[in-house]
Design a protein around this ligand. Structure first.
Ligand SMILES: NC(=O)c1ccc[n+]([C@@H]2O[C@H](COP(=O)([O-])OP(=O)(O)OC[C@H]3O[C@@H](n4cnc5c(N)ncnc54)[C@H](OP(=O)(O)O)[C@@H]3O)[C@@H](O)[C@H]2O)c1
Length: 190
């Protein structure tokens, strides 16, 4: 007897995506706080950065545990809400793991990025981004914008206690001598 094996067809088809936003269509018997018709957003995983258990949010319908969802703020569209969960988890978790504390100064590399704009809103920062985006930075509460296309951050007169690297410039936990938390390497993560 012969078997035919199609090596080109993957055995496991993967649907990507952790972030979700949408309207609850159905609820399980254990659900307590949310209900059908609620507009919600969240992350399919409790710990996306360390231990993602599942993916598959880039679909029309998905099943999510209730505790991973929150009611969507009314002033956010579903599209905007879907852009936030993992990015803000990355920003918050990076600051948390770096043990950044009140009174310290932070330089955000990639200040105009999704993650970088959220770091600026969680801290009072200085950030690298193009001159054309300086107004965005000030609106987020950053105190100093540095145009990375014109200035060399190695030659800045300002000193910083921590760099948050959202453009993966860092090597071995530092960027130009500044202790660094990076989207490429978060302290405490292998
Ligand atoms: N978004 C998430 O949910 C998420 C989650 C986990 C990890 N990450 C990681 O976090 C990092 C940022 O992702 P993102 O989604 O936030 O990026 P993004 O929104 O796509 O933005 C990338 C930004 O980087 C800026 N940039 C490029 N080169 C730069 C440089 N040399 N100096 C300063 N800024 C520079 C670009 O600015 P210009 O447009 O002005 O060039 C752009 O604004 C990536 O490493 C990503 O893998 C993201």
């Amino acid at each position: 007897m012969y078997f035919t094996i199609n090596f080109l067809k993957p055995y496991f088809e993967t649907i990507p995506g952790y972030d979700v936003a949408g309207v609850v269509e159905n609820e399980g018997s254990q659900v307590k706080k949310l209900g059908v018709g609620d507009k919600v957003y969240g992350d399919l995983n409790e710990k996306s950065l360390d231990h993602p258990k599942q993916n598959g949010s880039l679909v029309e319908y998905t099943a999510v545990e209730e505790n991973l969802l929150a009611l969507k703020p009314k002033n956010l569209s579903l599209v905007k809400a879907a852009s936030l969960p993992v990015a803000i988890e990355t920003a918050y978790e990076g600051l948390h793991r770096s043990a950044f504390s009140a009174g310290e100064s932070i330089l955000v590399l990639g200040g105009a990025s999704g993650v970088g704009t959220l770091v600026s809103q969680l801290s009072i920062s200085s950030a690298t981004l193009r001159t054309a985006k300086q107004d965005l930075l000030k609106s987020l509460g950053a105190v100093l914008g540095i145009d990375y296309t014109k200035e060399n951050i190695e030659e800045l007169p300002e000193k910083f206690d921590l760099a948050f690297d959202a453009v993966r410039k860092a090597r071995y936990g530092t960027v130009h001598g500044i202790a660094c938390v990076s989207t490429a390497h978060v302290p405490g993560q292998a």
